[in-house]
Ligand binder design. Structure first.
Ligand SMILES: Nc1ncnc2c1ncn2[C@@H]1O[C@H](COP(=O)(O)OP(=O)(O)OP(=O)(O)O)[C@@H](O)[C@H]1O
Ligand SMILES: [Mg+2]
Length: 363
């Protein structure tokens, strides 16, 4: 694969060939290692893994930046690119195979990645929103249809909430509410359906990875989808009913209190909530296991292995966990960052690169 950057973060210009196997990016703190992984994430998903403010990725003082990646896959060569603008009124441009596309969903799936980053700990330890985002990003890469379903749901949700707020000011028409409820119930069903299915897959796969990396038999990792419709068989009807039940409360609070935008994944270790009882090391092993499972879920959906981006993960694991993780990764194209090249332990990278402010050279 090949990556090109123009005025992206610390890079005025970069052209970087990435051979199959492992590429290790080394360099001091702040050298620009994570920036490279972030650029690849942007090519895959149209957004950063660490900021929701696109213009932060534009090199300071510049008006625009561009990232471009070319990747050979079994079927053919895919080219994707994103251009961002500092000016708020200019929308980001997305390119796929030489053409601009109007919808972000069209970018997804051409090039897929799984990012392991220090911020991942929040997925296990943080708020439900983080876990929903984890699922949404994974599913959007698996099937663009999911991304569109989610967009539809969020649009209808916004409209229902706008009506509830208007009603709070004695302006909205309460008679419109049942119609929005019906729309919202219809839009919720495919989102919940896909997420439930994904969590079941992740649960089965993560358990095995946890046992392998953690190396302790008595610790059993389990994931379960949690929400209004977690065990429903008629998603649309049950969501409609839940919305009806919560209507008085929703009117009072001027917001929608049930639905997939409130759902969560329960992550437990031998039956105990890992958010509350898990140690840092256990939480880290749990998220690694979930990420490794994500690789398999993407492989199954796409028939193609995603690119792995490992940001600073090795230094956070003890030696035995590190080598067990690396054993699992040997067959996949990987980019990893480390400040200390000795961290690599057992791996033999295809190339080792030295990152210094805005430049990358062979180490
Ligand atoms: N928009 C921007 N314009 C110019 N430089 C930027 C921009 N955003 C970030 N940088 C620079 O990029 C550097 C940080 O890059 P990055 O996060 O990739 O570092 P790193 O090598 O991963 O460091 P660490 O080892 O601490 O994780 C900082 O020096 C920062 O000043
Ligand atoms: Mg970094």
């Amino acid at each position: 694969m090949h990556l090109r950057l123009k005025d992206f973060r610390s890079y005025p210009q970069l052209s970087l060939p990435l051979p199959p196997g492992i590429t290790a990016l080394t360099g001091e703190n702040g050298a620009g290692k994570t920036n490279v992984l972030e650029a690849i994430h942007l090519c895959c998903l149209g957004r950063s893994h660490r900021t929701s403010v696109d213009r932060d990725m534009i090199r300071a003082g510049e008006e625009t930046c561009a990232v471009h990646a070319r990747v050979e896959r079994a079927d053919r060569c895919h080219e994707v690119g994103v251009r961002l603008y500092a000016q708020a009124r200019q929308r980001k441009l997305i390119y796929v195979n030489g053409k601009t596309v109007s919808r972000l969903g069209e970018l997804m799936g051409h090039m897929t990645c799984v990012m392991f980053s220090p911020e991942d700990l929040d997925i296990v330890k943080g708020q439900p929103q983080q876990r929903r985002r984890f699922l949404d990003m994974m599913l959007s890469q698996c099937q663009p249809a999911y991304f569109y379903s989610l967009q539809t749901y969020m649009t209808v949700l916004k409209q229902r909430n706008a009506l509830l707020r208007a009603m709070g000011k004695n302006m909205g028409d309460a008679r419109q509410l049942p119609a929005w409820d019906e729309q919202l119930a219809l839009a919720a069903a495919p989102v919940v359906q896909a997420r439930r299915q994904a969590v079941m897959q992740l649960d089965a796969l993560s358990r095995g990875h946890y046992a392998h990396i953690g190396g302790r038999k008595e610790e059993v990792l389990a994931l379960a989808y949690q929400g209004t419709l977690q065990s429903s068989t008629d998603l649309v009807a049950d969501m409609a009913l839940a919305l009806k039940d919560s209507r008085p409360e929703d009117i009072r609070r001027q917001t929608t209190s049930v639905g997939p935008h409130r759902d969560d994944i329960a992550v437990t270790l031998s039956g105990q909530d890992i958010r509350v009882f898990g140690s840092q090391g256990q939480a880290r092993t749990a998220i690694l296991s979930m990420r490794l499972s994500q690789i398999e879920v993407l492989e199954q959906a796409q028939g193609e292995t995603p690119l792995l981006l490992l940001d600073d993960v090795l230094s956070e694991l003890d030696m035995s966990r590190r080598s067990r993780l690396l054993q699992r990764l040997n067959r996949v194209q990987t980019l990893l960052t480390t400040t200390d090249i000795n961290d690599l332990g057992g791996v033999s990278p295809a190339q080792v690169l030295q990152v210094t402010s805005g430049r990358i050279t062979p180490a």
